[in-house]
Design a protein around this ligand. Sequence first.
Ligand code: AHR
Length: 504
Amino acid sequence: MKNAKINIEKDFKLAQVDNRIFSSFLEHLGRAIYTGIYEPGHPTADESGFRSDVIELIKELKITSVRYPGGNFLSGYDWKNGIGRKEDRPRCLDLAWKTIESNQFGINEFYDWSNKAGTSIIGAVNMGTGTPKDAGELVEYCNFPGGTYWSDLRAKNGHKDPMGIKLWCVGNEMDGEWQTCHLDADDYGKKALESAKIMKWIDDSIELVVCGSASTLQQTYPEWDRKVLEYTYDKVDYLSLHRYYENEGNDLDFLASFVDMDRFINTIAGTADYVKALKRSKKTINLSFDEWNVWYQRKQVPHDWMEAPEILEDRYTLLDALVFAGLGMTLVNHADRVKIACLAQLVNVIAPIFTEKNGRAIRQTIFYPFKYLSIYGRGTVLKPVNLTPAIETTYGETPLIYTSVVYDEILESVTIFCLNIDSNDDFLLNLNLRSFEKVSMIEHICLDGEPNITNTFSDPDQVKPRNLVAVKGVFNSCETIIPKLSWNILRFKIEKRSCDGNPP
Ligand code: AHR
């Protein structure tokens, strides 16, 4: 058994969590849309063909917003092919994933689906084959009240009222040479600026996310980010970050992925602030981490021109879920700058929800860390002082115990998320909560087990959190055991709060 200590002070506030960090992403890719969320004829499908078993699981995750329709798909997608009578919509080649796109699902269907799922939309405009004019027309189609060709066409297509999509991504990963019509930073910066101007002229209430680096592994990182912001700073609101991690053979390095993500966020925040200073601007550009997950990219196989094939259907292990938890906590720990984050993706494609065509839907292992962060990670993020042993990994010094602390001032509760990446030892964790005067422990939820186990259709609950015995009584400090290789949710109720030194 090893020892660690966390000192939590209620006045050491970092920032309020923006609930949009609990967002996700659906791309026209593999079975994410077709046989994922949309499957006419499925036993649970509603009159629109939306699978209600999948919607139920999405509701369990408390997803705030969903980014749509891509992804790499976006850069070759003509949104106009996805509207109007379904029988008239063209079947097209999707150059990004070498598949056939039937266009049976488009922006109108996505809008209806979002209303049923209780999520808002993060729209995206094509900066590859698409033009600034196409981008403006999509905003006009979705958001303009009426009396113009595109807004009246929306009404004719069954949506009289504007969709009111408030947040838009100006392209996707335009720094990636894999992107259809990839651009260099200068060309993208100019195109994004002109598109942003048109989009905001049409609807000045919208906010825009400009493409940042697709990964820290890009040769152009972080120069790309600086250059793009130098063009677009005044016209956009957020800069995007994308990052996926996979196990390259060393479990400990994989578990330390959160250290890399933390550094990435700090670097990009610094880059944005550099441009702020350069421009003598008063405006701060915040961050949209709109693609993050564990993804085994090396296992990817090509699929030639099939419709809704099984692409990127990673099956996650418990170890993947622990890494995923560390990444999610890092987003929470940057609540002051990261205002939007999208788990990529949502169904079937590198996803927490996995479906059978015409069959069941199950929770993958990564479902659970997202769910609990999304439920209990809302509130004010505190900055604890962690006294924990560290170890050297590929990312440098890495704490063995990693925490996030969220204070819900309305419900008068504190949640400590705690990851133990030590595969040999449990930790005796000493928690100092004295600034809250008196607390009681509501519950201790723990996700642990054999690192390689997964959830399957024949055994869907192999990986599932369990409840450990909570510390009894009312106290202001306590000790609790954090099992080896585990992710924990420690929930406390504030029994008596101090008030300027005079307890009520
Ligand atoms: O999420 C899968 C892919 O990863 C997306 O299409 C792309 O944006 C990223 O490279």
